[in-house]
Ligand binder design. Structure first.
Ligand code: S3P
Length: 167
């Protein structure tokens, strides 16, 4: 059995994933990290050198490999993973996986992402908080269609990491 965590950038997929893995005695795998190891480059370098389409293809391939080869693993996706190229269908059709959407409010996401935006190629160019907020609001609206198809949803606002992973 695997548990697949999805949600917007900054929703806490990695933090909660690690905590959940420790609690359930599962392994932990971060899909972005898996891609970085395969490519021997940081995600931001992959975007800069080869572009987003290359990254999305790689992401889909790596997701397939991970779903096939890993068991008893908490898998944190990238924020965009469920929204591209049949990835959501692959997760839904995998009998060994259950998916969880970590739902975080716009205000909370913007608060967390503002200082960390330089690490994230899709938002690194946004210099004002209002610009970031505007981008995330629209982007989250588009992506929610996919996130809402997860098997379970946990609202993360006003909860500490322990409460979220317990839930
Ligand atoms: C992305 C989110 C990132 C990473 C890449 C693209 C996205 O992962 O996969 O920068 O499209 O939302 P995190 O959600 O872990 O930041």
């Amino acid at each position: 059995m695997n548990i697949v965590l999805m949600g917007y950038m900054g929703s806490g997929k990695s933090l909660i994933g690690r905590d959940l893995a420790r609690k359930l005695k599962f392994d932990y795998l971060d899909l972005d990290n898996f891609i970085e190891i395969q490519e021997k480059k940081k995600i931001s370098e992959i975007f800069a050198d080869k572009g987003e389409i290359y990254f999305r293809n790689k992401e889909s391939l790596c997701l397939k490999v991970v779903l096939e080869e890993y068991k008893n693993t908490i898998i944190s996706l990238g924020g965009g993973t469920p929204c591209f190229a049949g990835n959501l269908e692959n997760i839904q059709q995998d009998k060994n996986s259950k998916s969880v959407y970590l739902q975080t409010s716009l205000d909370q996401l913007v608060l967390r992402l503002f200082d960390e935006r330089k690490k994230r190629p899709l938002i690194s160019h946004l210099n004002l908080k209002d610009e970031l907020s505007d981008f995330v609001r629209k982007h989250l609206f588009e992506r929610s269609f996919y996130y809402n198809q997860a098997d379970y949803k946990v609202i993360t606002d006003k909860k500490d990491p322990n409460q979220i992973s317990e839930e």
